[in-house]
Ligand binder design. Structure first.
Ligand SMILES: Nc1ncnc2c1ncn2[C@@H]1O[C@H](COP(=O)(O)OP(=O)(O)O)[C@@H](O)[C@H]1O
Ligand SMILES: [Mg+2]
Ligand SMILES: [Zn+2]
Length: 555
């Protein structure tokens, strides 16, 4: 009878179990000391050995030579545990037996002494699926179990086990299995089965499992069914909808060349070859994740973190060196979004095209610190230089973000924050009354009261003694009668002023306000002055766009 590989090669002893060293060692030591708990929780990703270890533990406990960390494997009790159940080792799949009746039955069964072994061991798989009532029924048994009972709860979702139960169990969490160990295990199994598979083919299968041994072994079954006794990476990739580093590398190449056109070709090629675009986006996200990890940790440092062979990790690290950490973070973020979008998309091709082109655009962004540093940098370096050159990439050792150059004067941001940190309005030395409008404006803008700022901007304002005279259009009058405005005035002038609002023509400002700060020709003057400012010009060169409005906040 044909038996799937995963079951055929279920480890029978702790030493066959790959990884999970912490679990194995702790259990072995406890058994050697005859310290056997009544409740265990095994949690972790599927296919990492929970059921397997539960059965091994059952053997260790019940073996005629036991309890022993080295069960004989041939006595009746060992055989019972290995085949997954009998009178003394009872396996329950909670996914299908999750109700209160099943738990009552279980409680009954718990009360009867084991017939032919020391312990009665209950292995409950998918334990998180047990209903709340059923858990409650079970609780009493777990609280005061008969001396001959051991529960092993296996689950992928430990947080769903009620605290009342969990607190009475020893908890072991199973990790997803390391790539290299998984490769070695698969190579061994292939050897046993007489299957020829090169390292790359094994790497593809190991990657397909994403840390789950069972999933990788299922992929191996599939590959053998499809390709026979000789496995090749390319065929397996096609079978499993995976992509080689070279094909994913086209995307990173297009990114470092800032070449949107190439991206469209990539999509076209995928379509023409009948590839699944969703699979591609999933693999792309994984690719950027691996690049980011390689960029941060380096090829060697990332050995445990990247599920890839040493050669692949090396090539990932080389590609990663061509991008900054920030770039790769952005790419990963965007590719995850793309993956999510594609899952629901009725037009996967369009989504993929947009997604890849957006990646190129994101790659063109210059770090803001760098942009500011350049703007400040007393004219050294032109805007053209600042745009990332199409194919030059920073050397691997270059810091991810270029530190701002030392510069002559404070930046606009520094001026701005200095303003925000200015002493409280009350302690401010009294300013000439002529500034009233500008001071008010600055305060309103800084506090995000934009509608009031708008109103003031379109009004003329004169402070005369204890009175603030405002001439404004009818539409703004209502805003200015608001108490927010009143308190803003109090803050700006350090005392309450009587606010006198008149509706009228605001075109010609009262004499008290300096002409340049007012509307009309004065405003044009300020605007042209501002536009002539070299910093403003560099901003426009770098970021593009147009200047819509010039507001004088400095006075
Ligand atoms: N840590 C491991 N070492 C070796 N093989 C494993 C490991 N984990 C899982 N397997 C393989 O996967 C199959 C399923 O494992 P199982 O223990 O049932 O996983 P789960 O964690 O989902 O209970 C096993 O039969 C075995 O072939
Ligand atoms: Mg299981
Ligand atoms: Zn035995």
């Amino acid at each position: 009878m044909y038996q799937v590989i995963a079951r055929k090669y279920r480890p029978q002893t702790f030493s066959d179990v790959v990884n999970q060293e912490h679990v194995k060692t702790t259990l072995e030591n406890a058994i050697a000391q005859q310290r056997i708990a009544h409740g265990y929780i095994f949690s972790g990703q599927r296919g990492t050995g929970k059921t397997t270890v539960a059965r091994i533990l059952a053997r260790c406990i019940n073996c005629v030579n036991g309890p022993t960390p080295q069960p004989c494997g041939v006595c009746a009790n060992c055989l019972e545990a290995a085949k997954g159940g009998g009178m003394n080792v009872i396996e329950i799949d909670a996914a299908s037996n999750r109700g209160i009746n099943e738990m009552r039955e279980l409680n009954q069964s718990v009360l009867q002494r084991p017939a032919s072994a020391r312990y009665k061991i209950f292995i409950i798989d998918e334990a998180h699926q047990i209903t709340t009532d059923a858990f409650n029924a079970l609780l009493k048994t777990i609280e005061e179990p008969p001396e001959w009972v051991v529960f092993i709860l296996c689950t992928t979702e430990a947080h769903k086990i009620p605290a009342t139960i969990a607190s009475r169990c020893q908890h072991f969490s199973f990790r997803s299995v390391d790539f290299e160990d998984l490769m070695a295990r698969m190579a061994w199994i292939c050897g046993q089965e007489g299957i020829e598979a090169d390292a790359e083919a094994l790497a593809v299968l190991a990657q397909a499992g994403e840390g789950s041994v069972r999933d990788s072994l299922s992929a191996l079954d599939q590959a053998i069914a499809c390709c026979g006794a000789q496995l090749h990476a390319a065929e397996i990739r096609a079978l499993l909808g995976m992509f080689s580093l070279e094909s994913l590398g086209q995307v990173s190449q297009a990114l470092s060349d800032s070449d949107s056109r190439r991206m469209l070709d990539v999509v076209d090629e995928l379509e023409r070859n009948g590839h699944n675009l969703q699979h591609f986006s999933r693999e792309l996200a994984r690719y950027f994740r691996n690049l980011l990890v390689a960029r941060i940790a380096g090829a060697e440092g990332a050995a445990r973190l990247i599920a890839a062979s040493q050669v692949q990790r090396q090539s990932l690290a080389e590609v990663a060196a061509g991008f900054s950490e920030e770039d790769l973070t952005r790419f990963l973020h965007l590719s995850l979004e793309l993956f999510r979008d594609l899952q629901y998309s009725l037009q996967p091709r369009f989504h993929l095209e947009i997604g890849l082109v957006r990646l190129v655009q994101a790659g063109r962004l210059v770090p803001i610190e760098k942009a500011l540093a350049e703007i400040q940098g007393s004219g050294a370096g032109s805007a053209a230089e600042m745009r990332r050159p199409a194919n030059s990439v920073p050397p691997p050792s270059s810091p991810a973000v270029v530190a701002p150059k030392p510069r002559a004067g404070p930046s606009p941001f520094e001026i701005d924050s200095a303003k925000k940190a200015a002493p409280a309005p009350g302690s401010r030395p009294p300013a000439p009354e002529g500034d009233a409008r500008e001071r008010l404006l600055a305060h309103l803008v800084q506090n995000g009261l934009t509608h009031l700022a708008d109103a003031v901007e379109n009004s003329s304002v004169t402070a005369a003694g204890a009175e603030l005279q405002i001439v404004t259009a009818k539409t703004y009058k209502m805003y200015l009668e608001d108490r927010h405005f009143e308190s803003a005035v109090r803050e700006v002038f350090g005392r309450p002023l009587r606010i006198k609002i008149t509706v009228g023509e605001t075109g010609s400002p009262p004499a008290a306000i300096p002409a340049k700060a007012a509307a009309g020709n004065g405003a044009d003057d300020i605007a042209s002055k501002a536009l002539a400012n070299p910093e403003v010009q560099r901003f426009r060169e770098v970021f593009g766009g147009e200047v819509r409005k010039v507001r004088n906040l400095k006075e």
